[in-house]
Design a binder for this molecule. Structure first.
Ligand code: ADP
Ligand code: MG
Length: 239
């Protein structure tokens, strides 16, 4: 398998506070990779660095054959790497459809035919969003806001979709519904990185997993063997 995203020896943080320490990992084209770790492990900081919101102080980030470390987040979205951020961040005063349209801002072709086709695709995955297309995003349930955030990310036509804390605060039945839809999105050819505090959600859904602890990658392996290793689950994942 070829590597879609490759991160090497990455250091990053906030001002003088270093969070990421020598992080190396890769995402293979076509896979579902889980990034797991306790609250504060550095997962969201890693995602912010990948998507250009934080400049790394050391290391390389290559996406689809290009060096993207230090590029703007707009440019990175334009290359096909998008995120549904932690906390979903839907614009509560805008309608669902207006939120979705914002996701297409960085597409080179913003003709109405292209945008309409994108909306149709998103509504195909999430019929609930179609029903609520004119409703203000702030009035959606948590699960629907997650749908809106994922839908908005899909409007950029990503090669790589990263979801930060898919399951946080959602009932298991809603999480199952979201994972089912993500499976269809994955089958359409989109590579997925799922960032999760919930280990069982992450390891059951992914092909491989990366475990983070205190800003470092402490373990990488295929999800099935991590899942079945009680020592690993106890030591790193607190399960
Ligand atoms: N904006 C910020 N400024 C300073 N420190 C931050 C900021 N955001 C996160 N941190 C710190 O970075 C560390 C990793 O946080 P984060 O990346 O959010 O972890 P995770 O997503 O795994 O819960 C934590 O110690 C957190 O306090
Ligand atoms: Mg986080």
């Amino acid at each position: 398998m070829t590597e879609l995203l490759q991160i090497e020896n990455l250091d990053a943080g906030y001002g003088s506070i270093q969070v990421l320490r020598d992080v190396s990992l890769s995402v293979r084209a076509g896979e579902i990779l889980a990034v797991v770790g306790a609250n504060g492990a550095g997962k969201s900081t890693l995602l912010r660095t990948i998507s250009g919101l934080i400049a790394p102080t050391r290391g390389q980030i290559r996406f689809a054959g290009r060096d993207i470390a230090g590029r703007s987040s707009a440019e990175i979205v334009g290359l096909g790497l998008t995120q549904a951020p932690e906390g979903r961040r839907c614009f509560s005063g805008l309608s669902v459809e207006a939120n979705l349209r914002l996701g297409a801002l960085r597409r080179p072709d913003k003709s109405s035919a292209v945008i309409d086709a994108g909306l149709e695709q998103v509504y195909g995955y999430f019929p609930r969003l179609r029903e609520r297309r004119n409703q203000l995003a702030g009035t959606l349930s948590g699960g629907e806001q997650q749908m809106c955030a994922i839908g908005r990310a899909l409007m950029a036509q990503p090669k790589l979709l990263i979801i930060d804390e898919l399951s946080l605060g959602l009932a298991p039945i809603i999480v199952a519904e979201l994972l089912h839809i993500l499976e269809a999105i994955h089958e359409s050819g989109c590579t997925i990185v799922l960032v999760e505090q919930d280990i069982s959600v992450a390891l059951n859904f992914s092909d491989r997993a990366v475990v983070m602890q205190s800003g470092r990658v402490v373990l990488t392996g295929d999800a099935m063997s991590l899942r079945s290793d009680d020592d690993i689950v106890r030591t790193y994942l607190g399960g």
